[in-house]
Design a binder for this molecule. Structure first.
Ligand SMILES: Cc1cc2nc3c(=O)[nH]c(=O)nc-3n(C[C@H](O)[C@H](O)[C@H](O)COP(=O)(O)OP(=O)(O)OC[C@H]3O[C@@H](n4cnc5c(N)ncnc54)[C@H](O)[C@@H]3O)c2cc1C
Length: 388
C-alpha cells in the first residue's frame, strides 16, 4: 500500500496512538493473539487495527468447522516430516479446540455451537482403501470407522462408510469473533476498525491518517501478507475458496461436519433446512488465486452439482460467497519474528485451516512475542525468513 503526497501533508484530526503491542489484522488469529497476550500479561497496552472490521476476512466467511489436523493429510505429514511430527501437528490442533472450548465457548451462551464430530466419508470400498491411509492413524487419535449402517439415515444409501473424529465444533464464526472482541474490550484492548496499516517504522507503524507508536508489532494478515509487503510474495499465496448456502426441500439428517476427500467437498447444516457447502476449488485452480472476493461460476456449479447429484438434494440457492486463504508451500503456518525496522512478528499461512488452529496458535504467538519462548512450535517445520 501507499499514501499520497496530499494525504501525507494533511493534518488529520485523528490522534496518534501509543501502545505496547500493535496487532495488525482483526481476524480470528489476530484477536486470539490479543486474547492470549492479555491473558499472559494483563498490564500491557494492546491495540488491534483492522482495515475493514473484525471478521471481514476469511474469519467471517468460513464454513465454521473447528476441526483437528491441518490442511495436509496425515500421510502427507508423515512422509514429509516423520510420524512424530505429524502426530504433534494433530495434537496441537486438538489442543486448540480444547482451549477455545474452555476459554470462550463454554462461557459464551450467545455462541450457538455444537460439540460434535466430523465425518470423513467414502462412497465405496475402493474409495475407502485408496484414501484411508492418507488421512490419519486411527490407532493414535480418537477416530472411529463407521459402516454405512452407523451413518445418519440420510447418508446411508449414499456412502459406504466414514471415519468419525471427535470432539470437534460446529460454529457460526461471527458470534465467536464478537465474543472474543467483547472480551478484549473488557480487558481494555483498543480495537480500531476501518483503518489500514501500510508500513512499519522504527517506532511502530503508520496508517493513512495517523501513526501508531508501538514497542512491538504482530502482523496477522492471512492472505493479505503479500499485499502488505512484497517480501511475503510467493511464500504466502492468496487463494480463494467458494461457499454455497442452499435451502433444502426435504428432511436431511446430518448433525456433524462432513468431508468427502475424493470430491474435495465439505458441508454442514446451519439451521434446520439450510446446508452450507464448500470446496471444489481445484475445478478452477488458476482462477481461484488472488486476494479479492469474487464468485467463481465454475466452482459454484461444481458445488451445486455435488449437492444435487451426490447428496441427492432438491434445493433453492440462498447465498454464494467467497473468501481468501493464505497458503504456504508446506501447508503449515509461520509464527515467528520478522526482520523489520522494529521488533515485529508474524502469524499466518494457515492454508485454509485457521479456525481449527487459530486459538492455540494465538497462544504460541503471544508466548513468542512476550519472550516466554524463543522458538514457536512451527519453527521445526519452517522458520519465517522475511525482511521488511
Ligand atoms: C470460504 C472459506 C471457508 C473456510 N472454512 C474453514 C473451516 O471450516 N475451518 C477452518 O479451520 N478454516 C476455514 N477456512 C480458513 C479460515 O477461515 C482462515 O484460516 C482463518 O479465518 C484465518 O484467520 P486470520 O485472522 O488469519 O485471517 P482473516 O480473517 O483473513 O483476517 C485478516 C484480517 O487482516 C485485515 N487486514 C488486511 N490487511 C490489513 C492492513 N494493511 N491493515 C489492517 N488490517 C488489515 C483484514 O481486513 C482481515 O480482517 C476457510 C476459509 C475460507 C475462505
Amino acid at each position: 500500500m501507499t499514501t499520497s503526497h496530499w494525504l501525507r501533508q494533511h493534518q488529520f484530526t485523528t490522534h496518534d496512538i501509543t501502545t505496547d503491542i500493535l496487532i495488525v489484522g482483526g481476524g480470528y488469529v489476530g484477536l486470539s493473539t490479543a486474547y492470549w497476550i492479555t491473558e499472559l500479561n494483563p498490564e500491557l497496552k494492546i491495540t488491534v487495527i483492522d482495515r475493514s472490521f473484525c471478521g471481514a476476512g476469511a474469519s467471517g466467511r468460513n464454513a465454521g468447522f473447528l476441526t483437528m489436523g491441518s490442511a495436509s493429510f496425515y500421510k502427507g505429514l508423515t512422509l514429509e516430516w516423520g510420524v512424530d511430527k505429524a502426530k504433534q501437528v494433530f495434537h496441537f490442533a486438538a489442543e486448540s479446540l480444547e482451549l477455545v472450548h474452555q476459554h470462550i465457548l463454554k462461557s459464551s451462551p450467545e455462541i450457538k455451537f455444537d460439540r460434535t464430530s466430523s465425518m470423513t466419508l467414502f462412497k465405496s470400498e475402493q474409495n475407502h482403501l485408496k484414501w484411508q491411509n492418507n488421512l490419519f492413524d486411527p490407532n493414535e487419535f480418537n477416530f472411529k470407522w463407521k459402516e454405512t449402517s452407523g451413518l445418519p439415515t440420510s447418508l446411508q444409501n449414499k456412502f459406504f462408510g466414514g471415519y468419525e473424529a471427535l470432539p470437534e465444533y460446529k460454529i457460526n464464526p461471527i458470534p465467536l469473533l464478537a465474543s472474543l472482541k467483547k472480551r478484549l474490550e473488557n480487558r481494555k484492548v483498543q480495537i480500531i476498525e476501518n483503518s489500514s496499516v501500510f508500513q512499519l517504522t522504527p517506532d511502530g507503524a503508520t496508517t493513512e491518517v495517523n501513526s501508531v507508536k508501538a514497542k512491538k508489532v504482530v502482523l496477522a494478515l492471512n492472505g493479505y501478507f503479500p499485499q502488505f509487503h512484497s517480501s511475503f510474495s510467493g511464500a504466502i499465496v492468496p487463494r480463494r475458496a467458494q461457499m454455497l448456502a442452499i435451502e433444502i426441500e426435504e428432511e436431511f439428517d446430518c448433525p456433524s461436519l462432513y468431508y468427502d476427500p475424493a470430491e474435495r467437498v465439505y458441508w454442514r447444516k446451519t439451521q434446520d433446512k439450510v446446508l452450507v457447502v464448500g470446496g471444489k476449488r481445484l475445478l478452477d485452480e488458476a482462477g481461484e488465486t488472488g486476494d479479492f472476493e469474487k464468485i467463481s461460476p465454475i466452482v459454484q456449479k461444481g458445488l451445486e452439482e455435488y449437492a444435487r447429484q451426490e447428496l441427492g438434494l432438491n434445493f433453492k440457492v440462498i447465498n454464494r460467497w467467497s473468501g481468501t486463504m493464505g497458503f504456504t508451500e508446506h501447508e503449515l503456518p509461520f509464527i515467528g519474528r520478522l526482520e523489520a525496522p522494529l521488533e515485529a512478528y508474524m502469524i499466518g499461512g494457515f492454508s485454509g485451516h485457521g479456525m481449527g488452529l487459530g486459538f492455540r496458535s494465538g497462544k504460541e504467538m503471544a508466548e513468542v512475542t512476550l519472550g516466554m519462548k524463543s522458538e514457536s512450535f512451527y519453527d521445526q517445520f519452517k522458520k519465517p525468513q522475511f525482511k521488511l
